[in-house]
Design a binder for this molecule. Structure first.
Ligand SMILES: O=c1ccn([C@@H]2O[C@H](COP(=O)(O)OP(=O)(O)O[C@H]3OC[C@@H](O)[C@H](O)[C@H]3O)[C@@H](O)[C@H]2O)c(=O)[nH]1
Length: 360
């Protein structure tokens, strides 16, 4: 059952050890070096938006390490060749030696269809990849932020979930490579913090949506939008009453940067507290995709909601408790609709996507 002890608030999870010493340039009197930031998984959906935001600051040098399993160079093309940007093809299951001040460790496939494709690789990425990045943080004295997941709560018995809830996770299920993998990654973060004084930050990311989500990502928002654009039935998995909350990617990135630069180690839930059933989401996407957004295409009027007979493999509900006591960013209330969703629908209805659909 749930436990009353809160994570990180009773001193047990903090350390009195001083963090490893960063580069002497960081404290140089006469020369202020740029902040060097490593983003693992920086070619992916959330990672590339994070890179865009970090690159806006002229004092930042950004290094991306990505193996391009689910990420794409396309997401970073505007930065390739930029003097403050470097892209390395690198798999985090191998050690990486770079001189950096901060590490945003995002590398791991996050969509169930991708992380279940090669579960052994997924758990290696979470465990060995996080060990390697912690080893790097220790060597160079960098602060490290892990993007964990709401999936650490498993099929939660508490709703909404607070960070103090320890979860209800199946250790041998098909999703365990991801949810148990992230749980071990969180453990490693705190062990390095307590034992070596490493400065850590942990974000538990809830469902996120927005541009650059892979059209074949398999997650519910991209599936529904792609299906509606193609005029196909929307595959609401049974029972359809399961709920999720959806956070726009720009808000997620703001939250990650605020967490990295603040004083709270976390773990902290990052997500939108407004939740919806999958049936409501399907109805809303159906309503949203109309001829106005598809340039008058008759395909748009075909979207219908259809309940598939696939039984859900995820949890019945997942929603963060409203952030406390100082939210790391201003949360957009409510549903994934409005300005941001509209631009994303346009993104998905670009001619080459439509062409791809027609040939499938
Ligand atoms: O076509 C679909 C796809 C999904 N769904 C349902 O929509 C809900 C959400 O499913 P998704 O696959 O989008 O995402 P999940 O909530 O299961 O996992 C997600 O959670 C948080 C993130 O950290 C993870 O990266 C991601 O795996 C589930 O209840 C699923 O059954 C549908 O009804 N139809």
């Amino acid at each position: 059952m749930a436990q009353k002890e809160t994570n990180g608030s009773n001193g047990e999870h903090t350390t009195s050890r001083p963090p490893p010493t960063p580069s002497p340039l960081r404290f140089s009197k006469f020369f202020q070096a740029n902040l060097r930031i490593l983003v693992t998984g920086g070619a992916g959906f959330i990672g590339s938006h994070l890179v865009d935001k970090l690159m806006e600051n002229e004092k930042h040098e950004v290094i991306v390490a990505d193996n391009f399993f689910t990420g794409s160079k396309d997401n970073l093309k505007k930065w390739i060749g930029h003097p403050r940007f470097e892209l390395i093809r690198h798999d985090v299951t191998q050690p990486l030696l770079v001189e950096v001040d901060q590490i945003y460790h995002l590398a791991c496939p996050a969509s169930p269809i991708f992380y279940k494709h090669n579960p052994v690789k997924t758990i290696k990425t979470n465990v060995i990849g996080t060990l390697n990045m912690l080893g790097l943080a220790k060597r160079v004295g960098a602060r490290i932020l892990l993007t964990s997941t709401s999936e650490v709560y498993g099929d939660p018995l508490e709703h909404p979930q607070t960070e103090a809830y320890w979860g209800n996770v199946n250790p041998i299920g098909v999703r365990s490579c991801y949810d148990e993998g992230k749980r071990v990654a969180e453990t490693l973060m705190f062990d390095y913090h307590r034992q070596h004084g490493i400065e850590i930050r942990i974000a538990r990311i809830f469902n996120t949506y927005g541009p650059r989500m892979n059209i074949d990502d398999g997650r519910v928002v991209s599936n529904f939008i792609a299906q509606a654009v193609r005029g196909e039935p929307l595959t609401v998995q049974k029972p359809g009453t399961q709920t999720r909350s959806f956070c726009y990617v720009a808000d997620m990135v703001d939250g990650l940067i605020k967490l990295m630069n603040g004083n709270n180690t976390g773990p902290i839930n990052l997500g939108n507290p407004g939740e919806f059933t999958m049936l409501e989401l399907a109805e809303n996407v159906k309503e949203l995709i109309n001829p106005e957004f598809l340039g008058g295409s008759p395909r748009s009027s075909c979207a219908t909601v259809w309940c598939s007979w696939r039984v859900i493999s995820g949890s019945a509900w997942r929603c963060p408790r409203r952030p406390r006591p100082k939210p790391p960013c201003v949360w957009r209330e409510g549903y994934p609709r409005g300005e941001h969703t509209h631009s994303w629908v346009r993104h998905y209805s670009w001619p080459h996507f439509i062409t791809e659909f027609e040939f499938q």
